[in-house]
Design a protein around this ligand. Structure first.
Ligand SMILES: *Cc1c(COP(=O)(O)O)cnc(C)c1O
Length: 344
């Protein structure tokens, strides 16, 4: 019997389950560009309620909801403060600069993934025609699988608001953060003027993200979504998957976190392997380059998908099980445990 592939590259690889697919097949639909799609409208209303905002907007991707948020908050010549490793800054093709003429002001992260309050304060520019206008603070939670504390988020968003900046949260994995902390989604979004949420990661939907904000913010966001080509027609088929995800797949993220911890503990037992215990569903393993070839071969032969690198990322999700994690630990232990591959 051949073992099915264990895909730990990302939680974006999750497949829609049978019940989600059934919900998609049965979804009532309409033309969402006319605002006529009952399933999209229901998803947007549910998201607004769950995350504690007046309104929400469904879009094809998290890259697009983040870009729409930046374009809505900032104009040409405005600046947004963001982490060096933040998705909006580093992994979205520079969209804010390319399409919005928005200047990023990236800041180095602290070890916990946060941006130091002093650094944020120092980066906010005075109102002077030499400078870009500091308009927005954008944070990300979870960031590299780490959860930013509620106290930190309150202090950072208070600071931004006191200095006249708006706040945006890239909450691609905000549900992981909320579940890990045992708080409501609304509490996890507290302090932010807008939040972007991915449905297509650990929540298991095939496509889609939501942008939440005030009614007037979402009203402006609608124009940017149209301009970016994100206005979809009978999108209720996709929204139905998102509804299913928000209704059934939020609390189960705790299983992914438990599996990540189980995996990390198993790997930590390998002498010489360096890793930190994960807070959510992302495990990072630090590897010396001399073990790359043997590990690449072993993973390939074992049907385990993950990118081998010096700071290797392994992501758990609903389509990998506790037994799968035990097998991954076995494979790593066999390769890295038996030789001096990990010796410096
Ligand atoms: C995945 C992700 C996004 C958006 O990704 P899409 O693939 O465009 O949906 C944004 N921010 C973070 C932190 C992400 O992990």
């Amino acid at each position: 019997m051949t073992r099915p592939t264990i895909d730990l590259r990302s939680d974006t690889v999750t497949q829609p389950c049978a019940a989600m697919r059934a919900a998609m097949v049965q979804a009532p639909v309409g033309d969402d560009v006319y605002g006529d799609d009952p399933s999209v409208n229901r998803l947007q209303a549910l998201a607004a309620e769950l995350f504690g905002f007046e309104a929400a907007l469904f879009a094809p991707s998290g890259t697009q909801t983040n870009l729409i948020a930046l374009l809505t908050h900032c104009g040409r010549g405005d600046e947004y403060i963001v982490g060096q490793q933040a998705h909006t800054y580093k992994y979205e093709g520079g969209g804010a600069a390319v399409l919005g003429s928005i200047q990023p002001q990236p800041l180095a992260h602290q070890a916990d993934g946060s941006l130091a309050l002093e650094d944020i304060a120092a980066a906010i520019k005075p109102d002077d025609f030499h400078f870009a206008r500091s308009r927005l603070l954008a944070l990300e939670n979870t960031i590299g699988g780490r959860v930013l504390s509620a106290d930190y988020l309150r202090a950072a968003t208070d600071l931004a608001h006191q200095r006249g900046l708006a706040t945006h949260l890239d909450g691609a994995r905000i549900c992981n953060a909320a579940v890990q902390q045992g708080i409501s989604l609304k509490d996890a979004a507290q302090g932010f003027d807008s939040v972007s949420v991915c449905l297509s990661k650990g929540l298991g939907a095939p496509v889609g993200s939501l942008l939440c904000g005030s009614r007037s913010f979402i009203g402006q966001a609608l124009r940017w979504r149209k301009m970016l080509g994100g206005g979809m027609r009978q999108a209720g088929i996709l929204a139905a998957a998102g509804l299913y995800a928000l209704e059934h797949n939020v609390q189960r993220l705790a299983e992914d976190h438990a599996n990540a911890l189980f995996l990390a503990q198993g790997l930590a037992a390998i002498p010489g392997l360096a890793l930190q215990m994960p807070q959510t569903n992302i495990v990072y393993v630090d590897l010396p380059s001399q073990c790359f070839p043997a590990l690449v071969t072993a993973l390939h032969e074992s049907g385990i998908l993950a990118g081998v690198s010096a700071h290797m990322r392994l992501v758990t999700h609903k389509d990998v099980s506790r037994q799968d994690m035990a097998y991954v630990i076995e494979v790593f232990t066999a390769v890295l445990g038996q030789t001096d591959l990990l010796a410096a």
